[in-house]
Structures are given as structure tokens and as C-alpha cells.
Design a protein around this ligand. Structure first.
Ligand SMILES: [Zn+2]
Length: 127
């Protein structure tokens, strides 16, 4: 419903400047899992869950790196960074962590950070 309203506003030229500044919901935390097609890549040697999310709205792909140790309370934390289309095939359980850490920007969140999602920039450290 909101999407339709926004489109109408945009078509009518109202609030045009604000519309252009606003990016897709996949770049505006908090994120909603139902906005994505999720492909599980697997678990890496650190016990993190790696998945690739594709935004249903704009098609952007995101690498998500999730650490959530059940035996440790408030350990839940995740990072996610944009995957350029030409790099999507290089994502694996062995490359994911490094891919996150060499990204220039992205998002992080989780109970460990007490955050539903916040923007981060380089240097990104997964810990
Ligand atoms: Zn998007």
C-alpha cells in the first residue's frame, strides 16, 4: 500500500526531491526478511551462517554473515554487504568472511550490538 502511495506521489511530481533521495528498502534498516529471496550458502569454519539475499524490489544481492551461538546469550550478530553482480559466483563459505571485511560499507546488527541494523563503513571487522 505504501509503495503505491509513493508511486502516485512520484508520478504527480509531489515531493519529487525526497523521492529521489530515498533508496530502496534494502538499504534502509530495519530489514524485513520477506523482502528477499534467500539462498543459504552454508556454515563456515567459524560457525557462522552465510546466505545470499536478493531484494524483491530492486534485485540487489546482499551477502549476510550471521553469528548466533545458542550457548551464549546476546551473541546474535550479523553483517551484510552488497554483492556486485559480477562477484556473486565468488561467494562461498570460505570467502564470505573476507568478502564482508573488504567491503567499503554495509550494515550490521543483532542483539550483540543491541541494534536492528545500522550502517557501517570500512574498516569492517567481523568478530
Ligand atoms: Zn532493494
Amino acid at each position: 500500500m505504501m509503495r503505491i502511495v509513493r508511486r502516485l506521489l512520484n508520478l504527480s511530481g509531489l515531493n519529487d526531491k525526497a523521492m529521489k533521495r530515498r533508496s530502496c528498502s534494502c538499504e534502509e534498516p530495519p530489514f524485513r526478511f520477506e523482502d528477499y529471496k534467500t539462498v543459504e550458502v552454508g556454515e563456515d569454519s567459524h560457525g557462522a551462517e552465510i546466505s545470499v539475499l536478493t531484494c524483491n524490489l530492486c534485485g540487489h544481492m546482499w551477502l549476510k554473515y550471521l553469528i548466533d551461538w545458542p550457548h551464549q546469550s546476546r551473541s546474535g550478530r550479523w553483517w551484510r554487504v552488497h554483492i556486485p553482480p559480477d562477484e556473486k559466483h565468488s561467494i562461498s563459505t570460505t570467502t564470505a568472511r573476507e568478502f564482508i571485511e573488504r567491503s567499503l560499507e554495509g550494515f550490521a546488527g543483532g542483539s550483540f550490538f543491541n541494534s536492528h541494523g545500522h550502517r557501517i563503513t570500512t574498516p569492517i571487522t567481523v568478530a
